[in-house]
Design a protein around this ligand. Structure first.
Ligand code: F6R
Length: 266
């Protein structure tokens, strides 16, 4: 795992977007795992700008989102289908037939979860999985005590996740979907490259537990410590509780793999 600290949330999102753009340039048929949530909005703004300014071409990519609420039609403005249309798909040139999210309205939800896993396998697996982290340490909607080898399945959301997401679901926590379909931790760990973006002071403590704490199903993001190629991009506010900050800074300033990104970063 590598942790990279950038000065602020914009710079962190810009770096994440540039890593994604580079992956698309190297492999135009990239299979990209996507996330939703506030943290990702800046990344999608950056990708939309790169598409517009530099003709970044997504037309041959395939995407798989991490999760979707159960019981919300995709036309609901609060669905993750709608989020993705709004923040990314309507702004760049993915082929709609190659963008995938779980169907939270499926008649047979377990069959839908198995089908989603099959679609990922049929696409050849995920090349790059973008991730955020929940305040309870979840990746996707893998809430505390999710099995670290779990696959795509239904999951009940914790009260803290419901409270965190209520403002984006109409504001009334009692009206929110209480369950979701989510890729499992095991599914996420099979991605060839994981890229987690964490910004803001409210994520500082959970970030420190996720990257420097012991691996535990209580904080499913800790499973990323087992991943052979996981990069964690954070801003200064999120980094305040990290013990290894000096080392992480040295990596970004000195390791050759980061040279192309140093010059362009504010
Ligand atoms: C959403 C997802 C979640 C979010 C996490 C952080 O698809 O996978 O794990 O990444 O809840 O959300 P924000 O960025 O809103 O704090």
């Amino acid at each position: 795992m590598e942790v990279i600290i950038r000065p602020d949330a914009n710079a962190a999102a810009r770096l994440a977007a540039r890593l994604i753009a580079r992956a698309v340039e190297v492999k135009p048929e990239l299979v990209l795992g996507l996330a939703t949530g506030r943290t990702m909005e800046r990344v999608y703004d950056e990708l939309a700008a790169l598409h517009e300014r530099s003709r970044l071409d997504f037309s041959r990519c395939t995407t798989f989102n991490l999760d979707e609420y159960i019981g919300l039609p995709r036309t609901s403005p609060y669905s993750y289908h709608a989020y993705m249309q709004r923040h990314l798909f309507n702004r760049v040139n993915f082929s709609p037939a190659r963008t995938h999210l779980p169907d939270g309205m499926a008649a047979d939800l377990d069959a839908e979860c198995r089908h989603y896993e099959q679609l990922i396998r049929d696409a050849g697996g995920i090349d790059l999985q973008l991730l955020g982290i929940g305040s309870d340490g979840h990746i996707g909607f893998n809430e505390p005590l999710s099995a670290l080898r779990s696959r795509t399945r239904q999951k009940a959301l914790t009260p803290s996740t419901l409270a965190a997401n209520a403002p984006y679901c109409g504001g009334d926590v009692t009206q929110m979907p209480r369950r979701a379909i989510t890729m499992g931790v095991g599914t996420i760990l099979e991605a060839r490259h994981c890229l987690m973006l964490v910004t803001g002071a409210s994520k500082a403590d959970i970030l420190a537990r996720a990257v420097e704490g012991p691996i535990t199903a209580m904080v499913t993001a800790t499973a990323l410590q087992l991943h052979p190629h996981c990069q964690v991009i954070v801003d200064e506010e999120a980094a305040v509780s990290l013990q290894g900050k000096a080392y992480y800074r040295w990596i970004f300033e000195n390791e050759p793999e980061w040279a192309p990104y140093r010059a362009a970063q504010a």
